[in-house]
Unconditional design. Structure first.
Length: 295
């Protein structure tokens, strides 16, 4: 009799998903597999949080040294009152992102601002330089014809001025003659806060037409061209440092939240597993007692 009851329970488990829930064995196995996978995910997120915390502390130290470089380059454009030329509407937008994700909306916010501008009326006069695979992957789907240059292998190591110099040289040698442009990046504020903003960049002709350029002595075309190349590299170096620090802080926060969510899910799954196991044991005892009573 007990053998017939066991065979009947086995047949019920194999008849369909709804009957599997009634039998309980498949549910226990599924919950156990899910619980194990969530625990493994929590270990990964906790490890990524620790790595991001170490990288963030270094990025914050480097950012304090890089900010005077960017502020000095930006000050020149402000004091000379450099403005875009109306007769040359060509613009260049540089998106500062990286190749890595799992850091919240750091990369998405930059691409969202550029998409908003490209959906406007002056989109045909705008070209894009994508720094990092994330911005290229997002913008290439609908605005691939606007991308003239893309750079990858960004974010794996801390950015240096040599990297910014090579990037500036590649932009100036791309063959695209722009009048003005913007560098879109994430400005670091605190561990849990950053702001997506932009910095202006200008061409040689635009700087020469600045109304207050005369306040600087001994400026000829060669000197302005040399300073233009240096200022572009300095601004790129500064924005790369700002974005790197924002990315690491955002990833650290995202992994911390992911670890907490995984912990809450583990608690719920453990409670569900224990309740289901208790129900299965109780049901088996009832079957045994019923079978014994039938004898």
């Amino acid at each position: 009799m007990l053998g017939r009851v066991g065979n009947l329970a086995l047949l019920v488990c194999q008849n369909g998903p709804q009957l599997q829930q009634q039998c309980g064995m498949a549910t226990l196995k599924a919950i156990s597999i899910r619980l194990k996978s969530v625990k493994n995910i929590q270990k990964i997120t906790q490890s990524m949080k620790m790595v991001s915390a170490a990288k963030y502390s270094r990025a914050e130290r480097d950012l304090k040294q890089a900010r005077p470089v960017g502020e000095g380059a930006k000050m020149f454009y402000e004091r000379a009152e450099v403005e875009p030329l109306a007769e040359k509407p060509q613009k260049l937008y540089i998106a500062i992102t990286s190749d890595r994700g799992l850091c919240g909306a750091v990369h998405t916010n930059i691409c969202r601002q550029i998409r908003t501008i490209l959906n406007g009326p002056d989109a045909e006069n705008i070209k894009i330089v994508c720094v990092g695979d994330k911005s290229k992957a997002i913008l290439q789907r609908t605005f691939g014809k606007h991308i003239i240059l893309s750079v990858n292998d960004i974010g794996r190591l801390p950015p240096t001025f040599a990297d910014a110099s090579r990037l500036a040289a590649a932009i100036l040698q791309s063959g695209y003659e722009f009048s003005s442009g913007k560098i879109f990046y994430n400005r670091f504020k605190s561990v849990v806060s950053y702001a997506t903003t932009d910095l202006p960049v200008f061409s040689l002709a635009t700087i020469q037409a600045a109304p207050k350029l005369s306040i600087y002595d001994s400026l000829d075309d060669e000197v302005i061209q040399s300073y233009l190349e240096f200022s572009l590299a300095a601004l790129l170096y500064y924005t790369l440092k700002e974005s790197a620090c924002s990315e690491q802080s955002s990833r650290m926060t995202a992994m911390d939240n992911a670890s907490k969510n995984a912990g809450e899910m583990i608690d719920k799954l453990t409670l569900t597993f224990n309740r289901t196991r208790q129900a299965v044991i109780t049901r088996e005892l009832i079957e045994i007692i019923s079978g014994a009573s039938a004898l």
